[in-house]
Design a protein around this ligand. Structure first.
Ligand SMILES: [Zn+2]
Length: 340
């Protein structure tokens, strides 16, 4: 928690230092054009440039730490996010723009070359341009924090705008035929009760409260899942024997696993994962209790309340892994644990 906070803080402090630095560099260079006899303007430009450099170093260190160190979201989350890719694109533009001014100012500083109005004017313009690009990066960063930029908007199985996916083709076992119905019959439910187990160890379903009917998204939709609070990195186990349908990332659900049960009538969905179990592949057979990932807070979960969002849907055809009619997981889990 502390390191996350410090890194986020330094990343933002670098923004203030960097914009201030590059802006004052531009202003000082403009002053130097007005009064070429005054050496103080160039000195101020070099000071602004030094702060701009310090900010760049701070950005790189904190940014890479957050990206690779996994202090926020997983690395794969970032690379699947359009807003993040835009932010990196702008960053590369600034880097490219800065090469020539950096070299030139280094020569001025070491007195290998004398400041001249033509170069000063160019660096002034480049500096303002870099300011604008930094402000664009802030917009991309804020969009990312607000959940924009991911490939789909929501994790709920009842959501209609989830993208359709190719059927997993590398399964060793022929899949049962689609049942063609999203209606869960009493037989279906009793089958599931025999098959299912709690996806987290040491959690007693009798002690959980159903939050299936809670309103979410500002009252616009039903939750239609079970939230189970657990410590970050608690192993998440496959609740059923079956087949992994889809590894998916969305703004709301974060890192998710969609898996069919052995009858291929139900789809289990696990969301907000901190990461996937190593070697997890779409189409792979799953045994009940097999670790598939780890509890986290990716997507729209609060960072200080990691939990597993566990949903079950009756599916007409598991090839359409994002579709189905959600059922409340809690009564099924309770019945299953009472039977054992
Ligand atoms: Zn939830």
């Amino acid at each position: 928690m502390t390191i996350r906070l410090v890194l986020a803080w330094l990343h933002l402090v670098a923004l203030a230092i960097g914009v201030g630095g590059v802006w004052s560099r531009a202003r000082a260079l403009r002053d130097s054009l007005r009064d070429p006899e005054d050496p103080r303007a160039i000195r101020r430009a070099l000071v602004g440039d030094a702060w701009w450099g310090i900010a760049a170093a701070l950005w790189l260190i904190t940014g890479l730490w957050r990206l690779i160190g996994g202090t926020e979201k997983s690395t794969s989350y970032y690379f699947g996010n359009h807003a993040f890719m835009l932010k990196m694109g702008l960053f590369l533009c600034i880097l490219g723009l800065e090469i020539w001014p950096m070299m030139t100012l280094m020569r001025w500083r070491s007195a290998k070359a004398l400041p001249n109005p033509r170069d000063a004017g160019r660096i002034e313009v480049i500096s303002y341009l870099e300011c604008v690009l930094v402000i664009g990066m802030v917009l991309a960063a804020v969009s990312m924090a607000r959940g924009y930029g991911s490939t789909s908007s929501i994790g709920s199985t009842s959501n209609s705008d989830a993208v359709s996916a190719d059927a997993p083709s590398d399964s060793l076992f022929p899949a049962p035929l689609p049942s063609g119905s999203e209606v869960a019959t009493p037989e279906d439910i009793s089958l599931l009760e025999h098959e299912i187990a709690m996806p987290l160890d040491g959690v007693d379903p009798a002690k959980l409260r159903s939050n299936f009917d809670e309103r979410r998204g500002g009252g616009t939709r039903r939750h239609e899942a079970l939230d189970i609070m657990a410590g970050r990195r608690t192993p998440v186990k496959s609740a059923v024997q079956g087949r992994l349908l889809k590894l998916f990332t969305s703004a709301a659900g974060g890192l998710m696993v969609y898996a069919a049960d052995s009858s291929e009538r139900f789809i289990c969905m696990y969301a907000h994962l901190d990461g996937y179990a190593p070697g997890l592949r779409e189409g792979a057979q799953l045994t009940r209790g097999q670790v598939i990932g780890y509890v986290g807070s990716t997507g729209n979960a609060s960072a200080n309340a990691p939990h597993l969002h566990f949903a079950i849907a009756r599916s007409a055809d598991v090839k359409r892994w994002s579709k189905g009619k959600p059922i409340d997981p809690l009564p099924v889990l309770r019945a299953a644990s009472a039977q054992r």
